[in-house]
Design a protein around this ligand. Structure first.
Ligand code: HEM
Length: 553
């Protein structure tokens, strides 16, 4: 007989069940890292094996079987007790409606995020269940602009949830810092790189890269129709811009020239997919980091590290590049960031600034090419403002063009890459839109839902209608409620690169339309393109935007 049986004379299966119930209470009170939980289970199994063999005198096979069955019973008890608790009135979110599987396990939400269609499904859930939907055991989606200020933009706005912990990455970067105070300190370091004068100083570098795009575009044409994969082109352009802005002359990112042989764009996308989906189940994320796939996910992280290390050593950077701020070159007496933190901030610059802008540029062209009237109107506005297509663009003129502004705003609205902006309800809970939400709940206002809701944007909220942003809009019923537009979020954690992205987008759209007659390629398949849009912090286009470009004379 095993030691457990000898000592207690109780059926060991009952002890395993009791252990499972106790573990359930423990892990709900003190959530555990996934790799630590797995390790504890393995350690428990090993302990049971050793005890059963040495004290009970069992054979190897019997002791292994005993250890496995006890661990399995304990584990299944944890699963069963967790499901029962999450569906029971004892759970703090019991009163909130939502699909039953979502209430039971965060794996359901993670799978939805992974599918890239969270933005569409969550909107549908709100239509079915109302303003508050329980999208995970401990997660609420809130379709209410009254929740925007408390969650994001007020002085007491909530901290970021654990969805922002970037798996096995060592070090803290601005985007991933959850705590408001720590975030505030780091943001002071970044902020000087995004002042209006700093932005104006980036114009020559952005314009140089836009001119390079204009040059390279026809060289990418392939096949009988001269088809250009603009999804790839846009990503390469965008990475080159961020490389130049971040590391100045020390930049080695040259994708328009050399392509992307090391697969950095794909690596960034894989990391985004993993962060965004597994962020909903952080305990699984801790395990995923040990898989071989993590290696390809971390290629971009490595690039960020190499670039900032080179930049720091080489003295080749510009005094106003983004790295100069992260490296503290403007104030030698100020405390320096730890090397591992600089590394994370370095790849944050590249990734946060590239995939997002590249995605919205793809949407700008897609929408314009599907809407010849808007295309023609924009081209006329640009031709009039800039009669010399090759001359440098005057920023003041550029920023004053109303229809260009309207096209960009409408593309940010419909091409928003962020499916969710999860925050955590602070101690004591909080009343959100007249409903009490318990502390510790993960809450978010879903950008796509609010941005395409007829309550916030009217008429035709899901259609590309740039005129809605112009004086007079789409008629007397025209409506745009600002708090409903979350493309760049609001408040302390909002996008620090918003003005930069706007400037980049205006410049590149202008030069593209001034220099080329752009069209959708005959090879382009609209249905496949739309079905292939996956929205997850960056937009992943599973099917490319295929265009043709004919030089204007
Ligand atoms: C179309 C382009 C862009 C869009 C739609 C966009 C959108 C956003 C959004 C919604 C957030 C908040 C995310 C959250 O709370 O989870 C964010 C954060 C951020 N964005 Fe952007 N972004 C764009 C371009 C850029 C660019 C060009 C940069 C340049 C470096 C940038 C840098 C950042 C950084 C560093 C953060 C983290 C800010 C913080 O935590 O304080 N973004 N972005």
């Amino acid at each position: 007989m095993s030691i457990v049986g000898t000592l207690t004379e109780t059926d060991p299966r009952l002890l395993a069940i009791a252990g499972g119930v106790a573990s359930t209470f423990y892990i709900h009170k003190f959530p555990m890292r996934g790799d630590h939980a797995l390790l504890s289970e393995v350690a428990l199994g090993a302990l049971l094996y050793v005890v059963d063999r040495s004290v009970g005198g069992a054979s190897f096979t019997k002791a292994v079987g005993f250890a496995i069955s006890m661990v399995a019973i304990q584990f299944l008890t944890v699963v069963g007790a967790t499901v029962a608790y999450r569906l029971s009135p004892l759970h703090p979110l019991y009163k909130f409606p939502g699909p039953i599987l979502n209430k039971i396990t965060s794996l359901k939400l993670a799978a939805l995020v992974y599918s890239g269609k969270r933005y569409l499904v969550i909107k549908e859930m709100h239509r079915k269940y109302g303003k508050f939907v329980r999208t995970g055991p401990n997660t609420l989606s809130i379709n209410s602009i009254k929740a925007v200020a408390p969650l994001y933009s007020s002085s007491t706005s909530f901290n970021k949830s654990k969805a922002y912990i970037p798996g096995g990455v060592q070090g803290h970067g601005l985007f991933f810092i959850q705590d408001r105070e720590e975030h505030n300190t780091r943001k002071k370091l970044w902020a000087p790189a995004f002042t209006p004068s700093a932005l104006a100083s980036y114009k020559p570098a952005i314009e140089k890269r836009v001119d390079q795009l204009i040059e390279v575009l026809p060289k990418r044409a392939k096949g009988p129709h001269g088809t250009i994969d603009f999804t790839e082109m846009s990503a390469h352009w965008s990475y080159d811009v961020m490389g130049e802005l971040a590391y100045g002359r020390a930049n080695k990112i040259e994708m328009m020239e050399e392509g992307d042989p090391k697969g950095y764009v794909e690596s960034g996308q894989l990391a985004t997919i993993a962060w965004e989906s597994l962020g909903e189940v952080p305990s699984l994320f801790d395990l995923a980091w040990y898989l071989p796939l993590a290696k390809s996910m971390s290629a971009l992280e490595k690039l960020g590290e190499n670039m900032i290390v080179n930049r720091a050593k080489s003295n080749e950077g510009n005094s106003n590049d983004l790295a100069s701020h992260l490296l503290g070159e403007h104030d030698p007496s100020a405390p320096k960031l730890k090397a591992e933190d600089i590394k994370v901030d370095s790849f944050t610059v590249i990734q946060a600034g590239s995939d997002t802008t590249a995605g919205v540029l793809i949407f700008v062209l897609y929408f314009l090419l599907r809407d010849p009237e808007s295309y023609a109107r924009l081209q006329a506005e640009l031709d009039q403002a800039f009669p010399e297509p090759d001359a440098p663009i005057n920023l003041q003129t550029l920023n004053r063009l109303p229809f260009l502004g309207a096209v960009c705003e409408e593309s940010f609205r419909l091409g928003t890459p962020f499916g969710g902006l999860p925050r955590i309800v602070p101690q004591g809970g909080h009343v959100l839109d007249d409903v009490f939400v318990p502390e510790g709940t993960i809450v978010g206002v879903p950008p796509w839902t609010t941005q395409t809701s007829p309550e916030n944007v009217y008429p035709e909220p899901e259609a590309f209608r740039p005129q809605r942003w112009m004086p007079g809009g789409l008629g007397p019923e025209n409506k745009i409620v600002k708090q409903g537009i979350l493309s760049f979020s609001y408040g302390p954690f909002a996008c620090i690169g918003k003005s930069l992205a706007q400037q980049e987008l205006r410049l590149v759209t202008t030069k593209l339309l001034l220099n080329y007659h752009l069209k959708l390629s005959p090879e382009f398949d609209n249905e496949k393109f739309v079905a292939g849009i996956d929205n997850m912090r960056a937009t992943i286009f599973r099917y490319p935007l295929l265009i043709t470009a004919e030089r204007r004379v």
